[in-house]
Design a protein around this ligand. Sequence first.
Ligand SMILES: [Fe+2]
Ligand SMILES: [Fe+2]
Length: 207
Amino acid sequence: MPIVHQESPTHSAHPAQDARAHFDNIANSTQADWETITRESHLYERAVGTRVLAHLKLLAGEYGGFPVDRLEHSLQCATLAHRDGRDVEYVVCALLHDIGDTLASFNHFDIAAAILQPFVSSENLWMVRQHGIFQGYYFFHQLGLDRNLRERFRDQPALFERTAEFCFKYDAPAFKPGFDTLPLAFFAPIVNEVFSQKPRSIYTAPG
Ligand SMILES: [Fe+2]
Ligand SMILES: [Fe+2]
C-alpha cells in the first residue's frame, strides 16, 4: 500500500484520526479519496523514525552466539562512529545497518538499505547495502567462505574504501562486553531527523 508524501495544505494540528477514503476498488478512487489518503499518510509517515526505533529494539536480547546482543552491537557501532566525528546521517546508518537481522537472516543488509534508501546519500546507501560482504573479510574464511569477496568492488575505489573503513573502524570492533555504549535514547533525535527529510520516492511529487 503506497504512502503518499506531499505537503498537505489542509493539514491541521488536530486532524481527524479516522478519516477514510470511500472506494472498494482503488481503480475507482477519486481525487477526494486521495486528498484524504495524502493527509492521513502524512501523519503516518511523520512517525516512521519512531517505528524504526521500535523495530531496532527487537534486536535486544538476541545474541545468536555473539559476545554482545544485536542491539548492543548496533549501539556500539553508532557510538564508535559518533565519537569518531561522523555526521548525523553516517551515524544513523551505523545504528541501523543490522536492523534487518530480525526478518532477513540471509540478506539483512538489504533490509537496512531499503529502509534508508529514500533518506540517505548514494554513498551511505551503498555502504549499508554492501557492508555484509565487506564485514565478511574478517570472518568468512572461518566458515570456509571467500573473505576476499569484497575484491569484486575494487573498480569502485571510493565506495570500496568507504565501506572497508566502516567495517574496520565501527562494525568489526563493535562486540565489546562492558563497553561505554551510548543508549538508544541518545540516537533517537538524529534518527527522527534523518527520517523527517523529504524522501526520494516514486510517491513523492517532483519539485
Ligand atoms: Fe551486518
Ligand atoms: Fe554489524
